[in-house]
Design a protein around this ligand. Structure first.
Ligand code: MV4
Length: 505
């Protein structure tokens, strides 16, 4: 096993990975931006290195600074967490070239799955069903028109370099295709510096179900079952469950085998997630894309299988075999996760940065909180506003929901606005309790609550105005940047005290 690992991330996922380090006896090194000098992930790490100013592009996304940080502390490996550089093949290559181990798949596997058209070709070659559509990028609008007519409307235009719904357009009829094609191209170019699009037939009211896979360097590829991720807002998952409320062992086995085939085809190693759309009506599933990282929602799989995914990631990266076989995997009970955001659900999920004046996190039977904040933490506008994840486990889905309601009632966050009240309403919602989940859930839920969502452009504009206001009034933070830790003695002492406190609880 490694002696020392650097975590190239921030927030709750970094705290989660540090916990695995502690159990494995691995020293954990955090990186931080100037805005994060006081953050929880820095306080709980064994060492911390500043990698640049607040802007992610200059800190958490700065490949050279992160590799220099790893070298400066003699780390042997880098865990990328999720987001930031986690699915950046250039980063994985740079880590390996620097003589360090990247805790994740090979850059080749990452590239094959990073291009959504190449991922679709891999699925076809593996005999895994894909959503009907093109497996090469569209070369012209004329080709888009022909293919759309061939497959039949409604269709989806998606960015070949995209994923997760960015640059995605639903096109209901031929007269909408041209404007959708042009805006999707522009969005894709802006987001991914690649305007290439492909086309899929739109699946109506699908469920979004993903399979967790794991592979080691000895050639074992296994699956850990599914997660139901149909509850999404603007293509961001909001609530995830394991198993899916469908809870169909035969469907799980078939989807699991399909996901394993994809993993085998790209010689995958480590933790990966294969996403599928499932048509409720026909029980047919279609490969959507593969995420080559640890996912935000991994705790629900951990709660139900009892397998520590981060520990297994470390084992595989260190060249050890998986600690379990496919036959060892058992699914016990039901887990549900809510992503807690510093956003105002009563005002179009507008960001709510600020200082946490008081925090009480739930605990007790069947409760797990993966948090990136503590009392008096500053939630800044610079990063993703997810502050924590609440995951609950029960023997049945109903028991999990009862615990979810209890945990949500215990959860207190004072000083910033969070999405907790939204989840309290969802946990009492009839459709949610019945497990009738599909992509239209949030829209129907808002309808029932008679919440009128503002047009997104209006929310975006208000967000820009607020960001400008906030940045003008923010106190500048002075922290010396560089590679090695250069904090004052009292800050180091404070960090040690924080760590002692954290270790005790
Ligand atoms: C789709 C789809 C229908 N048909 N693809 C892909 C990324 C994900 N964030 C949304 N995606 C979708 N892809 C085809 N061919 C519908 C969605 C979709 C969706 C999927 C799961 C959960 C919520 C969703 C909300 C809108 C659209």
């Amino acid at each position: 096993m490694f002696r020392k690992v650097l975590i190239a991330n921030r927030g709750e996922v970094t705290v989660r990975i540090i916990r695995a380090c502690r159990e494995l006896g691995v020293k954990a090194v955090a990186v931080y931006s100037e805005a994060d000098a006081e953050s929880l992930h820095v306080r709980v790490a064994d060492e911390a290195v500043c990698v640049g100013p607040a802007a992610s592009s200059q800190s958490y996304l700065n490949i050279d600074a992160i590799i220099a940080a790893a070298n400066s502390v003699n780390a042997e490996a880098i865990h990328p967490g999720y987001g930031f550089l986690a699915e950046n093949a250039d980063f994985a290559r740079a880590v390996t070239s620097a003589g360090l181990i990247f805790i994740g798949p090979s850059s080749e596997a990452m590239e094959l799955m990073g291009s959504k058209t190449s991922a679709r070709r891999v699925a076809v070659e593996s005999g895994v069903p894909i959503v009907p559509g093109t497996v090469e990028a569209l070369v012209s609008f004329e080709e888009a028109r022909k293919t759309a007519e061939e497959f039949g409307y409604p269709v989806m235009l998606k960015a070949a370099a995209g994923g997760g719904g960015k640059g995605m357009r639903l096109v209901s009829a031929g007269d909408e295709l041209l404007s959708a094609f042009e805006t999707a191209q522009t969005e894709a170019a802006a987001a991914f510096a690649d305007s290439a699009l492909y086309l899929e037939k739109a699946v109506e009211r699908p469920r979004h179900i993903e399979i967790q896979i794991f592979a080691d360097t000895q050639g074992h590829v296994v699956h850990l079952g599914e997660r139901e991720c149909s509850i999404q807002r603007r293509h961001q998952k909001v609530i995830e469950e394991c198993p899916s409320p469908i809870n169909d062992p035969d469907l799980r086995r078939r989807m699991g085998e399909a996901a394993v085939k994809i993993g085998q085809a790209v010689k995958y190693t480590g933790a990966g997630t294969v996403e599928f759309l499932l048509s409720d009506a026909t029980r047919e599933f279609y490969f959507l894309e593969m995420n080559t990282r640890l996912q935000v929602e991994h705790p629900v799989t951990e709660l139900v299988t009892g397998i520590d995914l981060v520990r297994e990631q470390f084992r595989v990266a260190a060249g050890e075999p998986l600690s379990f076989t496919q036959d060892d995997v058992r699914w016990v009970g039901h887990a549900i996760e809510c992503r807690i955001y510093a956003e105002d659900p009563a005002n179009n999920f507008f960001p709510s940065p600020g200082k946490i004046a008081y925090l009480r996190e739930p605990a007790g039977p069947g409760i797990r909180v993966d948090s990136g904040v503590a009392n008096f933490s500053e939630v800044s506008i610079h990063y993703d506003p997810m502050i924590a994840k609440l995951a609950v486990w029960g023997r049945t889905r109903d028991e999990a929901i009862e615990r979810l309601r209890r945990a949500l009632d215990e959860y207190q966050v004072v000083g910033i606005t969070t999405t907790l009240p939204f989840f309290r309403e969802v946990a009492d919602d009839e459709e949610f309790v019945a497990g009738k989940l599909d992509t239209g859930f949030i829209a129907r839920f808002n309808e029932r609550r008679r919440v009128v969502a503002l047009p997104q452009e209006q929310v975006d504009l208000a967000m820009i105005a607020a960001a400008i206001h906030y940045s003008r009034h923010e106190q500048p933070v002075f922290v010396q940047t560089g590679t090695q830790v250069s904090d004052g003695r009292w800050k180091m002492a404070g960090r040690a005290a924080g760590l002692r406190r954290w270790k005790r609880t």
